[in-house]
Design a protein around this ligand. Structure first.
Ligand code: FRU
Length: 521
């Protein structure tokens, strides 16, 4: 399959020409160098070639997890947006499929979501089988250039063949931009079981809007949220609103994820969240959460700089009660200039979201258990104490640590290669802050914003050991501290992958598992 898609990509490039250098640098069709280039992630989804940003339309249907994504097939920088497409049967290994949605007379295909229309409420199903419905923003670049304000609106497309081919609905857009509002985009739709309706949330300037429907075609605006709440340092994008059970009490609350660019806790793009209730029309913050977001402060899903525009999967099998999240592992501050050759950007690993209540509501994000199927062997590569000597680690690998909270001051955990390049995470007990430092991580000169500062995140508790769950790859690290309460997702570009790990300040227990590449056949 990979090969087929690639031949198609090359012939399209050859027929229509290509105004950049990518074509010349592409390996030939029968070469096996794909996914082995410098900085190519080994356990993260990447497109075979060219530009990718937000994950879109994540939906599970008939044994397949679909991943669509913002894609520009003609260059390694952002351009007229398409929806790229891949499928997986295990959330770990991905098969690249042909582009699902192309720009059309209504505009580029911006971010959005997809659902299974189980009851054929739209009438777009066929032969008794439900349609897959994609809901996305049409972005009219011409209109924008002409200085209009109504250049974004919500449209739908449907598929009757497991997402392989798509037809745009002839009555598009289904949510025109009447007011108009300049930033009016990124619809995320769910079936709202509690209120028996389709529910759409999207970003509209400095707030989000809620719209409901019985058939995915006719929509009614029921409410909005956020004009004076949370972080407002930039434009609001890619919201996701969903109900979730509170782990400790079994109650149901509603969570709103919201990306913002710029204005993140460590600058640039980042994703904040809110916990509250939804009455079928309006979202209200839980009173206990109001305190948390007073003074324009946000609560953030990640304190690293490379987790943006993430949303959750639709229609997981009924037996799977998880909420599974995937983010774009980059940052608009530098995404278009990172030093990768044939492609740009990767996705985070899929993460399970849990809502907790202990004095207050908070979310945890943890890597999905499916990733453990990548273990090269059940027996760990290393089990023991870390602290006195450096140890070698495989890359990619999964590393679990249990560290004291550092009563004597703190600790520093460093990953390095033999070129003297390194990434470190440290913890300072005095300030109770984690610091993530990629200033000497490898190539950094491509953007002044990439390695200008360390990235900090406050630890929520103290006086307990700190468990760290880490996924290390050639060009990224994802650190889930305190069972996913504080997360750091960071990309980097060392000359060779990090294969040494060292701990200073304390001693702690470590288990390392080498991982297989997801592209290994
Ligand atoms: C977020 C975003 C979305 C938009 C898309 C365009 O990264 O700006 O708001 O739909 O990217 O590619």
């Amino acid at each position: 399959m990979l090969q087929k898609v690639f031949i198609l990509a090359v012939s399209v490039v050859t027929i229509f020409g290509c105004n950049n250098d990518v074509e010349k640098e592409m390996p030939s069709t029968n070469s096996n160098v794909w996914f082995q280039e410098p900085h190519r992630p080994q356990i993260h989804f990447t497109p075979q070639a060219n530009w990718m940003n937000d994950p879109n339309g994540m939906v599970y249907y008939d044994g397949e997890y679909h991943l669509f994504y913002q894609y520009y097939p003609d260059s390694t920088v952002w351009g007229p947006m398409h929806w790229g497409h891949a499928v997986s049967t295990d959330l770990v290994h991905w098969e690249h499929l042909p582009i699902a949605l192309y720009p059309d007379s209504l505009g580029y295909i911006f971010s959005g979501s997809a659902v299974v229309d189980h009851n054929n409420s739209s009438g777009l199903g066929k032969d008794g089988k439900p349609a897959l419905i994609a809901i996305f923003t049409h972005h009219d670049a011409e209109g924008e250039k002409a200085g209009r304000n109504d250049f974004q609106y919500q449209s739908i497309a449907y598929s009757n063949d497991k997402g392989r081919t798509w037809t745009k609905y002839e009555g598009n857009p289904v949510v025109p931009n009447e007011k108009p509002i300049r930033d009016f985009r990124d619809p995320k739709v769910i079936w709202d079981e509690m209120h028996q309706q389709w529910l759409m949330v999207f970003a509209a300037a400095d707030r989000v809007m809620f719209w409901t429907s019985n058939n995915l075609i006719d929509w009614k605006n029921t409410g909005e949220f956020g004009a004076d709440v949370g972080g407002h340092g930039g434009v609001w994008e890619c919201p996701d609103l969903f109900p979730i059970q509170v782990k400790e009490t079994g109650d149901t609350k509603w969570v709103l994820l919201l990306s913002i660019n710029p204005g993140g806790p460590n600058s640039g793009s980042a994703t904040q969240y809110f916990v509250g209730d939804f009455d079928g029309n309006q979202f209200t913050l839980d009173p206990s959460f109001v305190r948390k977001v007073e003074n324009g402060r946000g609560e953030w899903i990640d304190y690293g700089r490379d987790n943006y525009a993430g949303v959750t999967w639709s229609d997981l099998p009924r037996s799977d009660h998880r909420k599974i999240f995937l983010g774009w592992m980059s940052n608009w501050d530098y995404a278009q200039v990172v030093p990768t050759k044939n492609w740009r950007s990767a996705m985070t690993v899929p993460r399970e979201i849990t809502l907790h209540f202990e004095d207050e509501y908070y979310l945890t994000f943890n890597p999905v258990k499916e990733l453990k199927t990548l273990y090269k062997s059940e027996k760990p590569d290393f089990v023991g104490e870390l602290g006195k000597t450096k140890i070698s680690v495989a890359n990619p690998s999964h590393i679990e640590l249990e560290l004291p909270d550092g009563k004597r001051g703190g600790w520093q955990l460093t990953f390095s290669n033999d070129k003297g390049e390194e990434y470190s995470l440290s913890y300072d007990r005095e300030t109770n802050l984690f610091s993530s430092d990629r200033r000497k991580s490898g190539a950094t000169a491509f953007s002044e914003k990439f390695a200008a500062a360390v990235h900090t995140g406050k630890r929520a508790s103290q006086n307990y050991n700190i468990p760290l769950d880490i996924y290390l790859d050639h060009a990224s690290i994802e650190i889930f501290a305190d069972n996913g309460r504080t997360v750091f997702t960071e990309i980097f570009f060392p000359e060779s992958p990090y294969t040494t790990m060292e701990l200073r300040g304390v001693e702690g227990d470590v288990v390392v598992h080498a991982l297989q590449s997801i592209w290994e056949k």
